[in-house]
Write a protein that binds this ligand. Sequence first.
Ligand code: CP3
Length: 343
Amino acid sequence: MEDSQPRFLKACRLEPVDRTPVWFMRQAGRYMEEYRRLRRRYGMLELCRNPELAAEVTLQPIRRFEPDAAIIFADILLPLPPLGVEFEFAAGEGPRIHRPLRDPADVARLRPVVPEESLGFVMEALRLVRAELDPRIALIGFAGAPFTLASYMIEGGHSRHFLATKRLMYEEPDAWRNLMSVLTRTTVDYLRAQAAAGAQALQLFDSWVGALDPDDYREFVMPYSAGVFRSLEDLGIPLIHFGTGTAGFLELIREAGGSVIGVDWRVPLDEAWRRVGHDRAIQGNLDPLALMAPRPILKGKVEAVLDRAAGRPGHVFNLGHGFLPETPVDNVSAVIDWVRGYR
Ligand code: CP3
């Protein structure tokens, strides 16, 4: 029945809702004591690869805050080992890829991925979570976008200037296009498998795409992100297109696709929505650092986002990027309460 639909899914479809739905990127993680407790016993990848543990971590923020959506606990880098690119999460410094891609031969060595086989633990975790989850709470699956995945595979970890990535893009355009095509295919198959396992919406994370100028985005990246969205359209479920640093080319992000566009805090929500077009839903865009501010400042920033959304159907309240580990848990509860109480 239409009215039992989670309000998050309704908002994604631009339908009116009783109140603004809210969830947070990185809502499971180190800022929560119950997560840190599990992390003392298990590595990050162990948590991801064990469906019972991944389901448990997914549900931790649901039990504590009851947001309107759960995002499956996983990581955008999980498809790398099946592609033939091994990595680890090094304590305190983020992902470390053992042998970053640097030339066309490295790209040619990538292996085809069958997600149901090599990433079956993610699908199993989705099934476990969906079985436990209140029907009013939506379940979100996700994957990294081709550019953001490529940048990790080429840089070997986090990067400030994306020098090696841009070098390959400019100097070896054929290898670049091969790599982006492989990642597009992998991402499509992986997200389709997640939908089949119970994901009711899918988010594509292009977290570092803001490193590009609009011309390079259009030429070297947009065709592949657009390919992902085009290949998922027939699923008929909300597709969220998230990036940071995209204020310079929001029109192209819209053109690439997604029924919901996720924006960071560097652009005011009303301006972003106008440029994206009111025929798409919008997700965002509280600065995650606002959670470290004194309550009156935090409340002001939460209300500013809601004011700019102006009650228009199609706003999903979220951060502009993920929580930091230092985030006070009580401030997260307060944000949820303010969003819920906003008239
Ligand atoms: O949102 C959620 O609650 C779902 C879980 C989730 C994680 N990573 C868990 C995680 C999601 C959606 C991601 C996506 C992801 N992973 C992105 C895109 C979103 C973004 O933040 O830009 C990126 C770029 C990655 C790659 C990644 N994974 C990095 C750079 C790091 C290290 C940085 C850090 O915060 O330590 C990770 C590790 C990671 N992924 C953690 C979590 C909870 C921390 C792991 C730990 O417990 O030590």
